[in-house]
Design a protein around this ligand. Sequence first.
Ligand code: BGC
Length: 532
Amino acid sequence: MAGGGFATATANGVEFEAKITPIVIISCIMAATGGLMFGYDVGVSGGVTSMPDFLKKFFPVVHRKVEAGADKNSNYCKYDNQGLQLFTSSLYLAGLTATFFASYTTRTLGRRPTMLIAGVFFIIGVVLNAAAQDLAMLIAGRILLGCGVGFANQAVPLFLSEIAPTKIRGGLNILFQLNVTIGILFANLVNYGTAKIKGGWGWRLSLGLAGVPALLLTVGALLVTETPNSLVERGRLDEGKAVLRRIRGTDNVEPEFADLLEASRLAKEVKHPFRNLLQRRNRPQLVIAVALQIFQQCTGINAIMFYAPVLFSTLGFGNDAALYSAVVTGAVNVLSTVVSIYSVDKVGRRVLLLEAGVQMFFSQVVIAIILGIKVTDHSQNLSKGFAILVVVMICTYVAAFAWSWGPLGWLIPSETFPLETRSAGQSVTVCVNLLFTFIIAQAFLSMLCHFKFGIFIFFSSWVLVMSFFVMFLLPETKNIPIEEMTERVWKKHWFWARFMDDHHDDQVFASGHVNGKKSNGKSNGFDPSTRL
Ligand code: BGC
């Protein structure tokens, strides 16, 4: 077995032995192709909607508006059309619905079959999209792709967190996000190429090439191993232990296996995972998971990821320059995600999020100022210098997002829930994320039309709010074994500790009462050292 051996200290001073085995690496690469598929879907729509042939066929009204130019319509409003936004957003609406079914399959069938289901949805969706004859077929395809996203985004991050040894869990988990960004970049590059195709079918190729990641995910799901956590959760203990030995590259897996069994025993006592999620002692994880998703989308990232080509063309860039600039931001997104993989388990989650808050705030304000001065409704005099400055600021912003909120928005919820609520928690996470992604996709072009340059001020205000949230309420989870978060993170946090209780409070929902007693909320005083 290859890979350096290492051991991870646990709360009791017991050590988990684990090597970074090839099987772990290969499994993670395969599973992360789910991210590739998601990213391709995110990136492909903006480029396609800026292609005249696509607009002429499916959205003739928008096509006429764009052709008429800025004399008749405001620069900021030429793409403002609910149908066009629905093409992008329908995927996320379907995704969030699918998440609930995915939670069930993840628990009862396992992580691996859920990834397989996702792959099959993706393949059918791609075929419908590439062959679309009318708007109905186009939207039906996007809806199936959305179902795939719902299943994949539920199973893949869980799979990654569970299969990874603690020391590199953050880095491996971010592989998912890295693949999201590679998918977006791949879509941007494809759009840049297919926009040049003369015969009017370039968009079909763009939508059809999503078949590549779809196939990769399906084949990957057939090849990877199920996680020991899921096997144990479903009562297949011997198999679970055998897989644990195999993926950790050692026979000495007793301490980790005992942890798993204990987590699974607690999970078994829970009959209604979603209701359980609402209990007081699960409140910290739930609040954090939901808040992180809302915040991630309110950074405004998808305004850029979905609509960069449209945005750049709004700013007066030619078609080619707009698609090219989208490729540049896509590349920055990928490279900056690598920074996160490298640093997340070293400097920790909080440092990355706080630094990025400053960087995103600053770049958004600069973009708003430039646009406010230079781009009005019916004219843009964005000189070459200013146009480049806008692209540089967008890249600065994307870089910060890519090493913070992008990956950590997914990583933190997947590692903080205890096993008993992990898959329910993950589906709420994915669901809220997709809900807010849907809202941004459906509203951004209309918001741009109404808020104009102020849209960037709107997003930067959110960045301020989320940075304060991180500063005071987000605990550090770096290097903490996944089944020990309760003991080592939540029970020690200055604020969240008050929600923790050793006893089960299954009968008590959403009240301040724990086992018949009112929680005094002072179980742990404010101790700043536990926050970093
Ligand atoms: C977000 C996506 C976004 C992507 C950009 C992901 O973490 O969930 O909505 O498009 O990052 O890289």
